[in-house]
Write a protein that binds this ligand. Structure first.
Ligand SMILES: Cc1cc2nc3c(=O)[nH]c(=O)nc-3n(C[C@H](O)[C@H](O)[C@H](O)COP(=O)(O)OP(=O)(O)OC[C@H]3O[C@@H](n4cnc5c(N)ncnc54)[C@H](O)[C@@H]3O)c2cc1C
Length: 418
């Protein structure tokens, strides 16, 4: 049992769990990851792959309250709440709207910046230079709008970037035509954020983390955790569908499912799932050199190794409702509007669960009153960006090293303070 006592159990083998596992294993700790699915089985599989080190704009922004009626009445809008799920989501939505107040937006933006700014460095540190060059394209990201002149949202984004000293370049209609031949005349304005980038395969990059973890002597147990049980005298027993494990330290990194594991321990943190969709276009007949996020229509396109991924939309409907493929079809209509010549034949749909907090910041750190129980989830729209730095942060916290950033902004206890 001495070995088991010193082992760290990580629940969840998404980008967050495996980043944490790799950092901890390389620091010399014995690490066991538990996940029933071969990595990546969750949101880390089907995201848009954007690595947004230079993005520090929260999802909740001023003026959100006005939008509630449209969230409820338009099932295909960029943000929809299923009416039957609205009462359940209401407390989270209220916190979300409160996080959109300007004073909070500035604080959240600072904390996002602190966590995200070393995202590429962490990816490179974990993958090594060859895998990094194979999988990551640090070539910038382009945001576009279908309006002439700077919209209110674009102005706020610029203000937040300028506050942090993040470079960006405004793109006019001619720049956009040159960069993206075939782009529709409806697209009027753009911004290039050169410090951002993307991965050509979210699936393969997470599989590479898994391979590197195994090569470093880590272990993945293909089981589903049913309950975490605190032991008298310290440490935890973990009951799975087919097994039983014991450890002094546990990291819960089960993405959107994490609260199902910690709620029975009396740990209440506001986590909701913002369900998102993607459409994969295997032969799009377009060759893009960067990602494009269409801010007027709330979707993005990423040139991946197996085709073009069109991703986005937020649907608040919980973990159990079946996917609504009409939302994925709406993504096809959107990409056709932006690139009228795009070939959508052979398209494939996917839906995944973003693990989202109301303040766009992940929940990272040890829980109050439960020594050795660490939470590492809630990365929402930014897990491919914040996952690796979060893994490094949790590893440093567990190893009692200096964290390099103020971890209080992400602490599980912060919601009790507001
Ligand atoms: C459409 C879409 C587009 C996105 N685009 C981007 C983007 O461009 N850039 C970006 O940075 N982020 C993006 N994201 C967000 C990003 O994908 C997530 O934030 C990130 O993948 C979350 O990682 P995770 O490891 O916390 O969770 P997940 O990847 O969901 O992994 C959680 C793991 O926990 C396991 N698990 C669950 N319950 C249990 C249990 N009981 N026992 C054991 N294991 C369990 C699951 O099987 C799963 O493997 C996007 C998300 C979506 C849906």
């Amino acid at each position: 049992m001495a070995d088991a006592e010193s082992t760290i159990i990580i629940i969840g083998a998404g980008v967050v769990g495996l980043s944490t596992a790799l950092y901890l294993r390389r620091s010399g700790r014995d690490v066991v990851v538990i996940d029933p699915l071969p990595p990546p089985g969750g949101a880390s599989f089907g995201n848009a792959g954007m690595i947004s080190a230079d993005t520090s704009v929260p999802i909740a922004l001023p003026g959100m309250l006005r939008k509630v009626p449209s969230w409820l009445s338009d099932p295909l809008g960029p943000l929809a709440v299923r009416p039957s799920y609205f009462p359940k989501a209401l407390p989270w939505l209220m916190k979300w709207i409160a996080a959109g107040r300007m004073n909070r937006v500035l604080e959240i933006s600072d904390a996002m910046r602190a966590l995200h700014k070393e995202a590429f460095l962490c990816w490179k540190e974990m993958l090594g230079p060859e895998n990094f060059a194979d999988l990551v394209r640090p070539v910038g990201q382009v945001h576009v709008w279908e309006v002439d002149g700077e919209s209110q949202g674009a102005a706020l984004e610029r203000t937040l970037r300028e506050r942090q000293g993040i470079p960006s370049q405004t793109l006019g209609v001619d720049d956009l035509r040159q960069m993206f031949p075939g782009i529709s005349q409806a697209v009027r304005r753009g911004v290039l954020v050169p410090g951002n980038g993307y991965t050509v395969s979210p699936q393969r990059i997470v599989q590479t983390l898994h391979r590197l973890f195994m090569e470093a002597g880590g272990k993945l147990v293909p089981e589903s955790v049913m309950k975490i049980m605190p032991r008298e005298g310290g440490g935890y027993d973990v009951m799975t569908n087919v097994g039983f494990h014991r450890a002094r330290q546990i990291v819960v990194a089960a993405g959107a499912y994490s609260t199902r594991l910690v709620a029975p321990l009396g740990i209440r943190v506001p986590l909701e799932t913002e369900r998102g969709y993607h459409v994969m276009l295997p032969t799009p007949n377009l060759s893009l050199t960067t990602t494009i996020s269409n801010k007027s229509r709330s979707f993005g396109v990423t040139p991946m190794e197996h085709g073009l991924r069109v991703a986005g939309t937020v649907e608040i409907a919980g973990l159990d409702a079946p996917p609504d493929e009409r939302r994925a079809k709406a993504l096809i209509a959107n990409v056709r509007t932006m690139f009228p010549g795009v070939n959508t034949e052979g398209h494939r749909f996917w839906m995944g669960f973003r693990p989202s907090t109301p303040d766009s910041l992940p929940i990272l750190g040890e829980t109050a009153g439960r020594p050795g129980l660490f939470l590492a989830f809630g990365h929402g729209h930014f897990g491919m960006t914040g996952g690796p730095p979060s893994g490094r942060l949790i590893s440093r916290l567990i190893n009692s090293q200096t964290t390099g950033i103020d971890a209080a902004a992400y602490a599980p206890q912060r919601f009790g303070r507001r």
